[in-house]
Write a new protein. Structure first.
Lengths: 222, 222, 222, 222
């Protein structure tokens, strides 16, 4: 899955076609947001439909108002877009998560919502989401998968405990230092996080120690 | 439970003492918010501790940033206040709900969080909340209790379906018309909703018809 | 002028009548804001008209979105209310000030806007406002009056310099410590500021020193 | 002057160098904003200094929180950046305008602020700004220049009247329809506005009529 959302519809289509040619499976398309006051449901409906009509691989809507100055895809618009044969679902990284939307979706429609945060991945499983896109999984992929398995097996007490660990860690790492914290956590757990893209800075050594301590406290490294 | 939160600490204490004398069981204390930029965690900690020290009945924190211009009780402050012997819990009506906080609470502490919206009452049950304070329950108390019973009995499929109905209705009624919509729904389901306090208006006859239709669509009245 | 704005229309009218009986000249009525999502132009129009119809002394609208969780009186509503014979004007304490509104008012209408911040009192004089309601004037009434005199006399260079001093001080005092800073400044300049109402705290001794230094730097005390 | 602001420092530098080679006079650099919660004063200081150090033509900071999800350059950071020899000034398109900043700038520093809206261009002239960057000037360049001339000539009554006309028009056009409205106004006044970039739409024919009527009402076309 590759993110191809640009401010302009035309440029988003061009990037999406390129990604399509490169053989990827999905494009994830963040909402445009520069002219935030003008970006309403109709604008977004037209934007996503034109993109989905232009490429052969399925489109995931990407709703992330924390990164788009509050621009959200209205629930009504998501319901309309869920009918499009080439729109496969939505990644929801809003602070409040997709709970309200999930109550309104037609369960017979082939449209799926992915929970975009470790803070609500587990409760959203109880609302029927088939999966999540979780930044913390960059550093701790196995515990995130284990949480999903525990849920599938009906081991809800264990799942809740693991969810609490992951959510606490997510709040401590991503909630405090953002993407730079996630990259530091990746370095700590044996992956390659590296430097965030400037103007963001690497976290301080002190922050690295705090992150390491937090991961140890939750029992994910020793 | 009676709401006694005022802008000033002194006035909140006076009202809380009065409520205490009248024999009520709890006070629920909304955050002050007029001088929003100055209302930080330390200010709120001191505010709630002084109130809880002044009365004999337990205090519930009330976190409702949608009604307080974005003023929230920071998680760190809630954790500190959870140690106070006369602070019993928190009613959370934030748009994002208490999921992040629930991961951080000490389960051995005698402090309980109530889910403040039909939109996240059910998923929060899976995170350990003991109950909710739900505006829709003014109009539909039995279905809300039934949802709780289904959860307790482990009937999760039925619970999820009932949750979806209640959440859809909550979005259609409270989400569209606010307190005036809830009052109209109460009149429809046989309770006494009546007029909202001015400057709010009663909803239009057309809105009453839509609300009635929506309650019928979800199968709660025929 | 006495502030009488409450959340309910009825209670605002009661307080306004009381203030009227006590012999005051004006009531200043802050917008209600608890049910912020429902408080639109029509609700506000009706609210203010009912109040203005109920009392014999004139009403000032009070627009202060920083204290009301973003609730603003829409320009269109102000224009409608400006026609009411018992609505005399508006105090505008929004961050952006009344510049946009002033361009739209009918100059023949007997309706006046007061600039609600030292940060834009002077430029608003050039847009025709007849005065201001400025928190810093609690501590420095004479310089604020002097600024007005310089403007009236056409001494714009001196007025601009004095405006810069007052705006810098306002940003340093009110912008940093809010009402508690203004009260400290009042104590410093020989007035009685005293303690802010709890939950707000008095500023620290260190802050008092900074405020004193700032007032000295601008030449208002020696 | 060419806008070269991208989310990454590196990409902004690359685009700025290109613009420099193409012979332009200035780059205007909008704040990055995707990771809004991490974009603080230190991050912005470093970002702008690295860009200004990398190119030979001067840099204008571009502060436009309405387009960047609320990301602002803090006043303290602007003051620090104003000392950089290759940072020439700032274009301020915040809703509140540059009034607070202008009070804090050192008048001996070679750093200039341009007012970024017809709503506050005129009052900011009284605070010492040397000019503005005004979207409405795309459609009405001569009246905008005339406003500046009236100010320079000390014809303040005429300037205020013209300001009111331009601000009303700006609110009616840009405030209602955004960039699409400005483009329609350009077509009406004899320039080439054309279509906005998708996903934005052209305004309706009805809106075109309203815009034309508004420009006529203010006397700029007949």
């Amino acid at each position: 899955m590759v993110g191809t959302g640009c401010e302009s519809t035309k440029q988003t289509i061009e990037k999406s076609k390129l990604v399509c040619e490169m053989g990827f499976d999905y494009v994830s398309v963040l909402t445009p947001c520069y002219f935030a006051k003008q970006i309403d449901g109709d604008i977004l409906k037209n934007h996503y439909e034109r993109i989905a009509d232009s490429i052969d691989i399925p489109v995931l809507l990407y709703n992330a108002p924390g990164f788009t100055g509050g621009v959200r895809i209205p629930a009504k618009t998501v319901l309309e877009l869920s009918l499009h044969p080439n729109i496969a679902g939505m990644k929801d990284s809003s602070p409040e998560g997709p709970a309200k939307l999930l109550a309104c979706l037609d369960p017979n429609e082939d449209f799926h919502v992915l929970a975009g945060s470790a803070n609500f991945f587990y409760p959203c499983l109880h609302l029927g989401v088939p999966g999540g896109v979780i930044s913390l999984a960059n550093a701790l992929p196995n515990p995130c998968c284990e949480l999903y398995r525990l849920f599938i097996q009906g081991k809800y007490d264990g799942a809740r405990m693991l969810h609490f660990k992951l959510s606490r860690l997510n709040q401590a790492v991503s909630g405090t230092w953002g993407v730079a914290g996630v990259k530091a956590a990746m370095d700590i757990t044996g992956f390659k996080g590296g430097q965030p893209r400037g103007p963001l800075n690497v976290v301080t050594n002190e922050a690295v120690e705090k992150i390491k301590q937090q991961i140890m406290n939750e029992g994910f490294i020793s």
